[in-house]
Write a protein that binds this ligand. Sequence first.
Ligand code: GAL
Length: 396
Amino acid sequence: MIAQKPPMGWNSWNTFGTNITEELIFQIADLMAEQGYRERGYEYLVIDDCWSLKQRDENGNLAADPDKFPHGMKAVADYVHAKGLKFGMYSCAGVMTCAGYPSSYDHEFQDAKLFADWGVDFLKYDFCNFPENADCINRYQTMSMALKASGREILFSACNWGREDCWNWMRSIGAHMYRSTGDIFDNFKSFMSIFQSQLKHFCQSGPYCFNDIDMLTVGMYNQGNVAIGKPCTDGEYRMQFSLWCLAGVPLMLGADLRSLNPQMKELLLNRELIAIDQDAECRPPYLVGSQCVGVAVEDKENAVEPLEMVPDQLLTFLKHLSGNEFVIAYYNLFQEQQDITCIFADIGLPYASGYGFSMKDVFTGEDIGVHRDYHTVSVPGHDCRLYRCSLVKCEN
Ligand code: GAL
């Protein structure tokens, strides 16, 4: 069974766009296997758009670009599998991919069979150049059937950018994950708006069919294909990665793993954060409340829009984990350091209950002891703090 937990892996698009080659994919596969990524759960290595020739071959099949993939896609799949990883590829529900390559409209069964023959384990299925009079839901349904008929277990990663309220029907049509937003760009405003836009939909994300809020940009520092706006700081990357983990969504890395700096590698391999993402109960985060401390902050460039869900700029989330454990997470959207307080009565744990939380810092691993009634922490601007908490009885 696939996709019981949010799928994890790496995708070529954010950094490399069209600049993908067999050599690059082999290097990434080596790194994923040798530097701890595979061991932590990052198992899918996915090639995005731009892998094929601009024309189908004489049999009407999609064909790998021999300049980029001289030994064909089966050889790439074999290499990836030999590293203990799973292999993902990309096509599109329209008549051409977003970058103008042939795609699977009216070729669904033929293409799915070809992918299965190559040893593909994951198909990202995009939505560009979709005929105006065609039925979106029906076409995702068709590719879902084609994958099922292909004779191979293939994870269906549907990507229609949230069109037609896709969170309401992607599970019914057999998708294992569904892109619910437009593309991420490597800046604070982009990832915050994406997260906020899906906050009300995460309750529809769970085992076998996860809301996918796009590949991570953590560690990219504006190198690559999705560099727009101000590069992220390390604190902003901590926010991005931990928000994805709180949401329990797929963790698809987008950075060049060959040049990732040690801090970012440590962040992406953080066991506690990954455990929060992969928690068996897959519960969505609960927005405890947001506090506006009344500090006038003129920061138009970083203003997050739309703010329909979250009007203020200090956010506190509670996430229930399995086994009576919880996460309390604080996000400071101001530029300046701020104190953030979680009053436990607001999350159903009043002082009078006699219970408190034993708390551990998710980033440092430090045990910060038992807190009762409330917890306050000072959070640097555009940064976050997360605590893994377990319920404990307190002395009166
Ligand atoms: C977009 C998609 C991106 C990437 C790109 C490739 O539609 O959202 O994630 O796949 O196409 O051209």
